[in-house]
Design a protein around this ligand. Structure first.
Ligand SMILES: *Cc1c(COP(=O)(O)O)cnc(C)c1O
Length: 375
């Protein structure tokens, strides 16, 4: 290939000069750790999520662990989750001492199959952690119906779902605990970071304790520790990035939607039948299009395909390999064949480039490269 092409990664953050200046201002201010920027970001997020209490953290992982702790979940309890996610989703359950129970995913949406969730409930089940994969929400009516029927807490892993909605209601603005990540690959980011949407002031107070060593302060020199907390607070440096990103969230998500629609247009309606590959659910109402997935047909070896795309300067991701097949989980008794849909998706899925500064010409280049290898 003599032509020199620009490299297209599967994702890339958009950072403007105003945000860079805001970070520099924080550095000059002398107040670097959690302070006024964190408070401002939490206030904006709370407004974004319909006035619910929101606290920020240094990841979208500890948010879920803290939600489990607030719910009083630990040793002896079972928590049902999906095997198709970033491993963090299941790790947090084990961190609290509880037992992860997996339910396989729906082959179309790649979200947890709620019928399988219901079948996995036992007297020890205390909570469900569903994931809104790629920002496509789970069936929220069905999810919360099951939760209320069996009296289970829900910790939505909405790491990928900021700006997504369900029947006109924003994800995070309703439901039980809702956890978002601001890791650098997400639709908005703070470098590393996350936030947790809570139900009431009491939960928010507990979240603050778990976030910082269990500490409560009172007056100038009053301090006590009455729960075991960790060190999970967000810095003002990160919050300044988040404030810059919040300003552009609507614009970023609109651009992602436009590019996703263009992907479908370029692939064409006969692409799946001609290649045996699977496109994502064409949802242009609810999803924030965090990622654009393609499930390769069985005849295609994913690593070979990824290399062929890399040869033409297109970087693909794979989200995700089935969690239960990792060694740590195999050592806990999970094995091949237990969750066949997640296993097949885990082996054959690729993530195509999708980020707000991409152009329609980039989409054309990607689709034509994919087609030339699959047709
Ligand atoms: C990114 C992500 C996480 C973890 O978020 P961090 O901020 O990296 O800790 C968890 N679950 C899902 C589905 C994610 O995409």
């Amino acid at each position: 290939m003599s032509e020199s092409l620009n490299f297209l990664p599967f994702t890339k953050p958009t950072i403007d000069e105003e945000t860079i200046a805001a970070v520099a201002d924080v550095l000059r201010s002398g107040w670097l750790t959690s302070g006024p920027k964190v408070q401002a970001l939490e206030a904006q997020l709370s407004e974004y999520f319909g006035g619910r209490p929101v606290r920020t953290f240094n990841s979208g992982t500890c948010t879920m662990e803290i939600a489990l702790r607030i719910a009083g979940i630990g040793a002896g309890d079972e928590v049902i989750t999906t095997p198709n996610s970033w491993v963090a989703t299941a790790n947090v359950i084990i961190e609290t001492g509880a037992t992860p129970v997996f339910a396989d995913i729906d082959p179309k949406t790649h979200n947890i199959d709620l019928d399988k969730v219901e079948a996995a409930i036992t007297p020890r089940t205390k909570a469900i952690i569903p994931v809104h994969m790629c920002g496509l929400p789970c069936d929220m009516d069905n999810l919360y119906e099951i939760a209320s029927k069996y009296k289970l807490r829900v910790i939505e892993d909405a790491a990928q779902a900021i700006g997504s909605s369900w029947k006109g209601k924003r994800i995070g603005a309703f439901g039980d605990f809702v956890s978002f990540s601001f890791q650098v690959n997400k639709n908005i980011m703070t470098g590393e970071g996350g936030c947790l949407v809570l139900n009431n002031a009491e939960e928010a107070r507990l979240a603050e304790k778990y976030r910082l060593q269990g500490v409560t302060r009172n007056g100038l020199d009053g301090i006590d520790v009455d729960v075991l907390g960790g060190k999970y607070n967000m810095t003002d440096i990160a919050a300044a990035i988040g404030l810059g990103q919040m300003k552009r969230l609507t614009e970023f998500n609109a651009k992602r939607l436009e590019l996703a629609q263009y992907y479908f247009e370029q692939f064409g309606s006969d692409f799946e039948t001609r290649t045996g590959a699977e496109l994502p659910v064409a949802d242009f109402e609810n999803s924030n299009w965090h990622m654009f997935h393609l499930v390769l047909p069985e005849r295609i070896n994913r690593a070979v395909f990824m290399q062929q795309m890399l040869d033409v300067q297109i970087g693909l991701g794979y989200h995700y390999r089935a969690i239960h097949l990792f060694t740590y989980y195999r050592n806990r008794g999970f094995k091949e064949g237990m969750f066949p849909v997640a296993e097949r998706i885990g082996k054959q899925i690729v993530t195509l480039p999708l980020f707000p500064t991409m152009t329609k010409a980039d989409v054309e280049r990607i689709v034509s490269a994919v087609k030339s290898r699959l047709l």
